[in-house]
Ligand binder design. Structure first.
Ligand SMILES: [Zn+2]
Length: 248
């Protein structure tokens, strides 16, 4: 696997999507700027992380039963399939750094996209007082919170970069949420999104339904049917919390 090439691809995609080279990114908002892309969140059990379908209209589906940090990694992974994989349809398994060559490439790409190598190195150098220091659990939490990635995704990367040993990583796989909340962080990175966000469709599909209705190409009944089949009952019936719009 040519890591330099994957780094370049990740850097190029950042640039293409209007991001700078080093900052943490809001991967979902960024993906919504991609033309003709619909994003579907759906709980897919314990074996799949997501899928990517390429045709005239593009669809990326994310397993929403995973933690937010992992879902962000899955999104970055699927962007590799969308931009750099010839396969028209890809269904991706859960394990990071496992599976066929293209799956490993997509994982490495995702890691570089979310944690650009120079940004990660700078942060590690800042956290370590001396070059010979080892990264502590506090450092690990700070890095994963800064880049908004799952513990598993970060440990995978740090082992790959020879920053931590397998043994050190193993000791950091336990009590993940506790290690973050005890340092004062919110735990949302380590949990799935709330129940009402687990089944969702965003992006092109919604735009298309809206446009078809406005142009009179479909009836309002058909429009509602389309939204309901995309798990967007909130757009059809509104939410209980609707009515108060904060403009601040
Ligand atoms: Zn994949």
């Amino acid at each position: 696997m040519d890591k330099l090439d994957l780094w370049k691809k990740a850097a190029f995609l950042r640039k293409t999507l209007g991001e700078d080279a080093t900052s943490p990114i809001d991967i979902f908002t960024l993906a919504l700027s991609i033309e003709r892309l619909s994003i579907v969140f759906y709980p897919m059990g314990e074996n799949l992380s997501g899928m990517c379908i390429k045709s005239n209209n593009k669809v990326i589906a994310i397993n929403s039963s995973m933690s937010l940090g992992r879902q962000r990694f899955s999104m970055a992974h699927e962007l590799f399939h969308l931009y750099y994989d010839d396969q028209m349809t890809t269904i991706c398994a859960m394990g990071i750094g496992t599976g066929q060559c293209v799956e490993k490439q997509a994982d490495q790409f995702a890691s570089y996209l979310l944690m650009p190598p120079d940004a990660l190195t700078d942060m590690i150098n800042c956290l370590k007082k001396n070059k010979s220091d080892r990264l502590s659990i506090k450092d690990i939490v700070r890095i994963e919170q800064y880049f908004r990635v799952s513990r598993k995704a970060l440990l995978f990367r740090l082992i790959d970069e020879n920053e931590i040993t397998q043994q050190e990583a193993d000791s950091m796989r336990q009590g993940v949420i506790l290690s973050a909340v005890n340092l004062g962080y919110d735990d949302n990175l380590y949990k799935p999104l709330p129940e009402d966000k687990k089944y969702m469709t965003y992006g092109f599909y919604i735009q298309q339904a809206e446009e078809a209705l406005k142009k009179g190409l479909i009836s309002s009944g058909k429009y509602e049917e389309l939204l309901l089949s995309a798990n967007r009952a909130d757009l059809v019936y509104g939410k209980e919390t609707d009515g108060v719009e904060l403009i601040d």
